[in-house]
Design a protein around this ligand. Structure first.
Ligand code: DP6
Length: 336
């Protein structure tokens, strides 16, 4: 009753922001993302009748409180499915530094779902594993399938899951993350989703999300960056518009965030096809094709206000790296 899984983080091109059901994490709008091969979390889950309580370590350190409870709740769902009450010993390790301003919840909860279900002896489909990952963190459902993934809006617990629209090898996109602040956010995504409906702009953002989703999906399938780029930038700014007009408002951007946005627009005018997207934080993800990645990374590093950069290509789906795997949906290996 022991399994280890590895999962990539992902960056959303069309953002999930707001829930129709916060408990089940059913999304207010469809979203689309790419897995990040080089930003991974490994999770090991062991169930045993002799364990007196659930325990969690993250990067070797014992964790209690809210973060641990959230993981234990995901284990409760797995235990209810498996029909036993054994406690779990859980360990996660990320390959990127904590405090880099990169959320690890998508990679962590997808790895935990697959490791936990496998350790519990459950035989779940990729869709069921994605739905299970979603219960821990909405965006985690998109890290279970390989490559580029879509997650529809609304639905019910069993029907809200992500699926791959193209494998990792489909397109040589690179995400260069310009880190402008590594500080822990005061309001995380879960708190932010709960505020989304307090913004007068959320209804308009949600009403037009399907159009952007379709345009972005077509652009990904066609490997057309000049078509994808403007849509992802507009979607990002709409989400941050909602954040900034929520009550209370959420201002994730720092002055350096805006400086990177302007720089990306300048580089584009100078002939480098690069586009920005920003999650619930101040750091800017610069999306380009591999032939331009070195130039974009060195330009980003030279900007005042950019502390460092991180870089990743497109990744595969969540994989079991030991233990019995009944899951046939794992198609692509994590690629670098
Ligand atoms: C801005 O999935 O982190 O990154 O379900 O509460 O864990 P929880 O939220 P989370 O929200 C992601 C928000 C986002 C956009 C996205 O990844 O789609």
């Amino acid at each position: 009753m022991n399994a280890t899984a590895i999962s990539c983080s992902n960056i959303a091109f069309i953002k999930y922001w707001g829930n129709t059901d916060p408990e089940l994490r059913l999304a207010a709008n469809p979203s689309l993302s790419m897995n990040l091969a080089d930003l991974t979390v490994t999770a090991t889950v062991q169930f045993h009748a002799d364990f007196p309580a659930d325990t969690l370590t993250i990067n070797g350190k014992s964790v209690t409180g809210g973060a641990a409870k959230r993981v234990f709740r995901q284990m409760d769902i797995i235990r209810a499915n498996a029909g036993f009450a054994h406690h779990a010993r859980i360990a996660t390790e990320s390959n990127f530094p904590a405090g880099a301003g990169i959320a690890s919840s998508a990679a962590a909860f997808s790895a935990l779902a697959v490791a936990g279900a496998t350790a519990a002896g459950l035989s779940l489909s990729e869709a069921e594993l994605s739905a299970l990952a979603r219960r821990g963190s909405g965006s985690a459902c998109r890290s279970v399938p390989a490559g580029f993934a879509q997650w529809p809006a609304g639905g019910a617990d069993e029907t809200s899951f992500a699926e791959s629209i193209a494998p990792a090898g489909h397109w040589n996109l690179v995400d260069i993350v310009a880190i402008v602040s590594a500080k822990h956010k005061t309001v995380g995504s879960t708190g932010g989703h709960a505020l989304a409906d307090t913004s007068a702009l959320q209804a308009a953002r949600v009403a037009t999300a399907a159009e952007r989703f379709i345009a972005a999906k077509e652009a990904v399938l066609a490997k057309d960056l000049p078509a994808l780029g403007p849509v992802i930038e507009e979607d990002t700014v709409l989400m941050h518009g909602v954040m900034m007009t929520s009550r209370p408002p959420l201002f994730y951007w720092q002055p350096a965030t805006l400086a990177v946005i302007h720089a990306a627009r300048r580089w584009r005018a100078d002939g480098i096809p690069v586009y920005f997207t920003i999650d619930a934080g101040p750091n800017v993800h610069l999306i380009c094709e591999r032939p331009h990645a070195d130039a974009v990374e060195s330009l980003a590093r030279a900007l005042p206000g950019v502390q460092k950069t991180m870089r990743s290509g497109v990744g595969g789906g969540t994989q079991i790296i030991n233990g019995e795997c009944n899951y046939s949906g794992i198609r692509d290996k994590v690629t670098n």
